[in-house]
Design a protein around this ligand. Structure first.
Ligand code: NCD
Length: 525
């Protein structure tokens, strides 16, 4: 049973095959449910498993669908009172959950919070704790974490799109309309839409509400075709309009004063007018995770009784999808699964490569004499800024010296390399230095990947290293996520260590909240 015990902290916690299995199983349940068939095989019946619903942000659909799913499965269901708990006495979530897992043989937590990455952290933290006291690892289901992700909403959305496309996975053309910046349900689409082979996404939002860079990058990395429009009017003015539209409300609770002041103007850009309906392509369906802001809805109430309404069925699908998901992770509903599972994230491929020194290499200090005083002992960083122009390399030399704190007597310059092809490169030479510690090496590797570090003793290069961009940065007390809502941010006082993964050529994402950082932004010092 490959999925039993799995936590769902982000969409990517299920492989595309596992997601597809969830959708097929959900379709089976929905058919039986609607036709009055036998749904007992879907029930996992586990009263020894306690389900805790912890909602620190408001919720109706997500909370109630999970509560009813837990009841269906016969779990011991607890709705945790977040308003009167010890959080108000500044207790950490980690401490509260350590206490709760002790009250039952097995636990499942459904958590909605403003803290981004909270489920990933608790999943790791509680795993260690329960191992120590001989209990199985608790299961965590992310019911929406700040502006980060909403994986279970994503599963029901994809299920709904599949229904709308008669289960044809070859292609989807979808318009995402509304608050793409603060709305987490659209962020989860960057991974969820991978269930389709070809994906065309039209992002319709004014620049203030545009899709954050990390999700745009992810969509492009997945090969999605992306187009951007600032308003619905601009979108309708061109020919290639999607048949499926996914609206999100303006997430006023996550906006600062500056945006709140502009809310009427922003809302207007992403509100569909009845007068625009004739310009929609035939068979258009509107979806919405709901709730709609009833005072100022972006889909007018008058359209609810038309064939455009795909959102009511979508909302109903939330119950079926969550019911099956619970059965997969907390029971044995995944026993027939045969597809591909999760591919683990790349962890520690080495970023420091020792280069073998040939006889001629040991005389390579000749290289360093061009315009730079030869050093007898010390360190020479060579091949800095491969592929950059001369002014760019000068800038990079300065950046390296600042970041690595190289306040020594040293030489530096930009030269043409001696070999064939005469490439331009930067060199920094520092006499009487033994080498660098790991942090400085990592920094150097990230600032100038493919540079070399030469250790010179008595005029000879005795060791040479080539540095590659590090795939993961962790275990340094000087690193910190810039997102104040991230669970790993020190202001939340949770026992979490920051960790980053390389995501592009020179960018890194936080392991918990997925926020994009340049390498320099990771460091507090
Ligand atoms: C969404 C959410 O909480 O992110 N709601 C939901 O779960 N159906 C969307 C929203 O609140 O706008």
């Amino acid at each position: 049973m490959p999925l039993r015990g799995r936590s769902i902290t982000v969409v990517g916690d299920l492989s595309p095959d596992e997601q597809w299995f969830l959708y097929r199983k959900t379709a089976e349940l929905k058919r039986l449910w609607t036709q009055g068939g036998d749904i007992r095989p879907f029930r996992i019946d586990r009263s020894e498993l306690a389900a805790y619903l912890m909602f620190f942000e408001d919720s109706t659909r997500t909370k109630e669908s999970f509560r009813n799913a837990a009841l269906f499965h016969g779990l011991t269901s607890n709705v945790f009172d977040t308003g009167s708990s010890s959080f108000n006495k500044k207790e950490s979530l980690s401490d509260t959950l350590k206490m709760l897992v002790g009250y039952n043989r097995e636990s499942l937590f459904v958590i909605r919070s403003t803290l981004e990455g909270v489920c990933r952290h608790l999943d790791e933290h509680l795993q260690k704790y329960t191992q120590g006291i001989g209990l199985p690892k608790p299961i965590f289901l992310n019911a929406g974490d700040g502006r980060h992700e909403h994986p279970t909403q994503e599963f029901l959305d994809e299920f709904t799109f599949l229904e709308a496309l008669d289960w044809n996975r070859s292609e989807i053309h979808l318009a995402l309309v509304g608050d793409l910046y603060h709305g987490r349900t659209v962020h989860s689409k960057a991974d969820g839409l991978k269930v389709f082979e070809r994906v065309k996404v039209d992002l319709v939002a004014p620049p203030e509400l545009a899709m954050p860079a990390q999700y745009l990058q992810k969509m492009r990395d997945h090969g999605f075709e992306i187009r951007l429009f600032a308003t619905i009017e601009e979108y309708l003015a061109q020919e290639q309009r999607a048949r499926l539209w996914y609206f999100t409300r303006l997430q006023l609770e996550r906006m600062g004063d500056e945006l709140l002041d502009k809310q009427d103007y922003l809302r207007q850009a992403v509100t569909i007018q009845e007068s625009q309906v004739p310009r929609l392509v035939p068979g258009t369906k509107f979806f919405h995770p709901l709730p709609q802001n009833r005072t100022a809805p972006t889909i007018p109430e008058t359209l609810a009784d038309t064939s455009l309404n795909g959102w009511d069925e979508q909302s109903r699908n939330g119950f079926f999808t969550r019911l099956v998901l619970m059965g997969l992770v907390a029971g044995d509903l995944s026993r027939e699964f045969t597809g591909k599972g999760l591919v683990p994230r790349p962890s520690d491929s080495p970023f420091i490569e020792e280069v073998k020194l040939g006889i001629e290499s040991s005389e390579k200090e000749q290289d360093f004499k061009t315009g730079i005083k030869r050093i007898e002992n010390g360190v020479v960083i060579d091949h800095i800024g491969r592929g950059l122009s001369v002014p760019e390399i000068w800038k990079l030399l300065d950046k390296i010296r600042r970041n690595l704190d190289l306040n020594y007597l040293a030489g530096q310059g930009v030269f043409a390399s001696g070999g064939r092809g005469r490439r331009i490169k930067g060199i920094i030479s520092i006499p009487n230095l033994d080498g660098f510690d790991e942090k400085r090496l990592k920094m150097l590797a990230a600032l100038s990947p493919e540079c070399t570090l030469n250790v010179v003793r008595l005029n000879r290069v005795v060791r040479k290293y080539r540095l590659h961009m590090p795939p993961r940065v962790y275990n340094f007390k000087e690193i910190c996520c810039r997102n104040e809502n991230c669970i790993s941010h020190p202001r939340h006082n949770e026992p979490v260590k920051s960790e980053f993964y390389r995501s592009g050529q020179e960018t890194f994402v936080c392991k918990y909240c997925d926020r994009l950082h340049t390498y320099q932004e990771i460091w507090t010092s």
